[in-house]
Design a protein. Structure first.
Length: 303
């Protein structure tokens, strides 16, 4: 009896072992969804602002008086009187009086800049291209004294007394600059930066005229010139939203050279008036608006 019991238990165990894989497979086929692996559904998020931006600035441009030159030659009587009682052209010597203008000053003006750029993200570097305009700036300077022609004068006439004769004109300037900046770091909502730029300046020089000297009554024509320009900048940006940054900046800009024309309104040809180191200290307030970055997916578990 005992032996038959042992044999029966053993047989039942063997049968159970044989049926187990089938039972597990059936459980897998008919089990609950939560007991099997399901890939998590993606949740799409979008960054607040991308590395690229548009900008617009307005401000004041404090002009530096440019180096201004206009050569002046005066006629002197050579003393070769041919007996006709007047000074003839072949009896005149020409003496160089100088070319540097004294007491040069240029008016201050307003300026605007617009541009677009992109940054390198966490490394802090960014670059941009910017177009700028500066309003009309009147320029005044005093050239060497011009005494006027003495050809045809009576030989006995003395040389006229010198008269200060201010030169007047005005200049407008457009700029196209390629600027590079380094954002030093973030301090709360403030990001200070430094930068430098190179580019071109397009100058429109108005006609040149003189005052206080009756010997210079003609007006010399204006001119347009393209010149190399460079600048250095510093400032601070203030984050007002995910996309908008207020920019408070200073810039020193050297807009290169310009010249007047040569022909005056009476048809005479004159030396050009030359302007060099047309520079300004500029203070500006601007807005940089960053447009959105690429969408980046993140994932969340269904559990």
């Amino acid at each position: 009896m005992y032996t038959k019991l042992i044999v029966g238990i053993t047989s039942a165990a063997i049968m159970t072992a044989g049926l187990l894989p089938t039972t597990v497979a059936a459980a897998d086929l008919g089990g609950s969804l939560k007991d099997s692996y399901v890939a998590p559904m993606p949740i799409i998020t979008r960054s607040g602002a991308g590395p690229c931006y548009f900008r617009a600035d307005v401000g004041g441009s404090i002009s530096s008086g440019p180096d201004t030159k206009w050569p002046v030659y005066n006629e002197t009587y050579g003393g070769f009187d041919d007996g006709n009682g007047v000074i003839d052209a072949d009896e005149v010597n020409y003496v160089f009086a100088g070319q540097d203008l004294n007491s040069v000053s240029m008016d201050n003006t307003w300026m605007v800049d617009v541009g677009a750029g992109c940054g390198s993200g966490s490394r802090g570097f960014r670059g941009e291209i910017a177009f700028g305009f500066r309003g009309n700036r009147d320029l005044v300077g005093v050239p060497a004294d011009y005494l006027g022609t003495i050809i045809g004068d009576p030989v006995a006439n003395p040389t006229p007394d010198p008269v200060d004769d201010p030169l007047h004109t005005s200049i407008q300037s457009y700029t196209m600059m390629f600027n590079a900046y380094y954002d030093i770091g973030r301090y709360g909502s403030f990001v200070p930066y430094v930068g430098a730029g190179i580019g071109a300046a397009y100058h429109i020089v108005d006609e040149v005229y003189f005052t206080q000297n009756p010997n210079l009554i003609n007006r010399i024509e204006g001119n347009r010139d393209l010149s190399f320009a460079w600048s250095v900048m510093a400032g601070v940006g203030y984050q007002v939203s995910d996309r908008a940054i207020l920019d408070f900046g200073y810039r020193y800009i050297d807009m290169g050279k310009a010249t007047s024309g040569r022909v005056d309104n009476a048809g005479f040809v004159n030396p050009r008036v030359k302007f060099d180191n047309i520079a300004a200290h500029e203070f500006k307030l601007g807005l940089r608006y960053h447009f959105g970055g690429a969408s980046t997916p993140s994932y969340a578990s269904l559990k």
